[in-house]
Design a binder for this molecule. Structure first.
Ligand SMILES: *C/C=C(C)/C=C/C=C(C)/C=C/C1=C(C)CCCC1(C)C
Length: 245
């Protein structure tokens, strides 16, 4: 007859992990609506980029809704769906770099390099979490993943992406510099979550132990998916009139 307070309130007020999944769902949904509607307010040449920004947050919103339920039902970390989300959204971020630099001659091979590196980063991270998460050697998978991550940082800061961006005019150069900071600092949030949540730590050292892996990942996603999209939106707004075809 009588429902307990826990049955009425699906998220207990002290369940911070589930709460951040809930807030994440809302934030990703709101961002998607914003990007989709704003497509008609930007110059034609930026429409696909804004569409991709909206797809990234939309895919995340659906996964967050699901991960929230999974976490509430099982009390566990939704490792599998976390990585499904990333495997879809991180390559789309590579597409964003490609679309931006394409106007300055970016080739499809650059897109494949970025996607290939991100797949190595994510597949090895998944193996480290899902298979070796409770074992000491999980740091080895984190290290391989980290090397692929640094290769992406290299491409964006010093490699082909930055070279093309610098040839594409000041607005694009500035946007790619900002996106580079997202990749260098924003994406570095993820290894912190990995180190906190797996047994192997950082080269076997125990650091960040008090942190919840899911909360760290959820903060990282909010910054990197919504913030990344907003940088591209700002670029589309400033680069309205100039007519580089
Ligand atoms: C929207 C989702 C994004 C931008 C996800 C990015 C994920 C990473 C940059 C993950 C990186 C990792 C390492 C560099 C080492 C440890 C394992 C990972 C997969 C957490």
């Amino acid at each position: 007859m009588h429902q307990t307070i826990l049955e009425i309130l699906p998220i207990a007020s002290n369940n911070y992990v589930a709460f951040t999944f809930f807030v994440g769902t809302m934030a990703m949904m709101a961002a998607s609506v914003f990007f989709f509607f704003e497509m008609s307010n930007v110059d034609k040449k930026w429409r696909t980029s804004i569409l991709v920004s909206g797809l990234i947050t939309f895919i995340a919103a659906v996964h967050y809704y699901y991960m929230r339920g999974y976490n509430l039902d099982t009390g566990k970390s939704p490792v599998f769906f976390r990585y499904v989300d990333w495997i879809l959204t991180v390559p789309l971020m590579c597409v964003e770099f490609y679309l931006i630099t394409k106007k300055a001659g970016g080739k499809i091979s650059l897109l494949w390099q970025l996607i290939f590196a991100s797949l190595i980063m994510l597949v090895t991270g998944y193996i480290g979490e899902a298979i070796y998460g409770n074992e000491k050697q999980s740091w080895i998978w984190g290290l391989i993943s980290g090397l692929a991550y640094f290769y992406i940082v290299y491409l964006v800061w010093f490699g082909e992406v930055s070279r093309l961006a610098n040839n594409a005019g000041p607005a694009v150069a500035k946007a790619v510099k900002t996106l580079g900071w997202f990749v260098l600092v924003g994406w570095a949030i993820y290894p912190v979550g990995y180190i906190a949540g797996t047994e192997g730590g950082l080269f076997g050292m125990k650091v960040f132990q008090g942190l919840s892996m899911d909360i760290v990942y959820n903060i990282g996603d909010a910054i990197n998916k919504i913030g990344f999209g907003l940088v591209i939106y700002a670029l589309a707004q400033t680069d309205k009139s100039s007519a580089i075809a």
